[in-house]
Design a protein around this ligand. Structure first.
Ligand code: F6P
Length: 347
């Protein structure tokens, strides 16, 4: 048997651990492995495939990024949809594919499975917004970056008695903001799931000053929209440039910058903004990301070997479970009210 493996969408720490898990299990079973370069771009046109050997996956466990490269290419936008990709894989004797990705990558994988090509998935996204699974590769490491940043920002905020606004990634959900903010001791966390108003932010800051707390740390998720900030945000410009899956570049909207300016105007408190951006996606994966990426990569190879196509291994209650690929992309998983209320205890 020959299996293919690709990484699609935004990179995330732990992708290489998953590739290694897929490949090492395949070699153990006597399979051959084809690496597909740059996500779905690697199965278009003449294709961009490379043979993976034990040597090619050696030493990659601690590496960030992905040795295969990635892209946001969407074959479903091309004439023929996934059929040319399937034809290319078949022509290269690739019997089944492991697609490591988030909702976009896995939606293409599900379409290939619907077209009767054997595909399994591995859940990956620092946004942590896939349904059903309690683990997505990269989220734990991204949260670690936010926590380290908040620890550092606390000391400088305190020294200068400033308000620090910290913009973090997460697309349309607030997982990175909420979990990173809770672990890093932010005193306000603003996420797309729950409406926040500028007046509420200003009241919060005045209350803290009145209580003798002369600095504040506010975490805001990049996908937050606040009516009072709209004039200052580049919402229209960001919407013009969408990727192949239709997503706008939320960082371009500049919610952190807009919020920080409006806070300073409204309160007179000295305010600074830090946009963590791609620092959250770079660097070495955390132990949690390494271990679960490894477990899920191995499980994905086992699924293909067992002929269980159209499925994805996930984490459920500390164990590996297997569900249909379509289940994890059925809806965007959002931060529950319980966590939102928890952070209000620490305002
Ligand atoms: O989906 C992961 C993510 O990092 C989002 O949090 C963010 O909005 C987006 O990707 C950024 O994408 P790009 O790297 O293409 O700018």
């Amino acid at each position: 048997m020959r299996i293919g493996v690709l990484t699609g969408g935004g990179d995330a720490p732990g992708l290489n651990a998953a590739i290694r898990g897929v490949a090492r299990r395949a070699f153990q079973r006597g399979f051959q492995v084809t690496g597909i370069k740059n996500g779905w771009a690697g199965v278009l046109g003449a294709g961009d495939l490379e043979e993976l050997t034990p040597a090619s996956v050696r030493g990659i466990l601690p590496l960030g990024g992905t040795i295969l490269g990635t892209s946001r290419t969407n074959p479903l936008k091309n004439p023929g949809g996934v059929e040319p990709a399937i034809a290319l894989l078949r022509a290269n004797q690739v019997d089944g594919l492991v697609a490591i990705g988030g909702d976009d990558t896995l939606s293409v994988a599900a379409a290939m499975s619907d077209a009767s090509y054997p595909v399994v998935g591995v859940p990956k996204t620092i946004d942590n917004d896939l349904s059903v699974t309690q683990f997505c590769i990269g989220f734990d490491t991204a949260v670690g970056v936010v926590v380290e940043a908040l620890d550092r920002l606390h000391t400088t905020a305190s020294a200068h008695h400033r308000v620090m606004v910290v913009e973090v990634m997460g697309r349309d959900t607030g997982w990175v903001a909420m979990v990173g903010g809770l672990a890093g001791g932010a005193d306000m966390i603003i996420i797309p799931e729950f409406e926040a108003k500028l007046e509420g932010v200003v009241d919060h800051l005045h209350r803290r000053r009145a209580e003798g707390k002369d600095f504040s740390i506010i975490v805001v998720a990049e996908g937050v929209r606040m009516l009072a900030l709209e004039p200052a945000m580049a919402v229209a410009a960001a919407a013009e440039k969408r990727d192949a899956f239709g997503h706008v570049r939320l960082a371009k909207q500049g919610v952190g910058d807009a919020l920080s300016n409006r806070i300073e105007e409204a309160t007179g408190f000295e305010t600074r903004v830090t946009v963590l951006g791609h620092l959250q996606r770079g660097g070495s994966p955390s132990p949690v990301d390494r271990i679960w990426a490894t477990r899920l990569g191995v499980a994905a190879t086992d699924l293909l070997a067992a002929g269980k196509a159209g499925m994805i291994p996930i984490r459920q209650d500390g164990q590996i479970d297997v569900v249909p690929l379509r289940d994890v992309i059925a809806e965007t998983r959002r931060v529950p009210r319980e966590l939102y209320e928890l952070q209000q205890v620490f305002g």
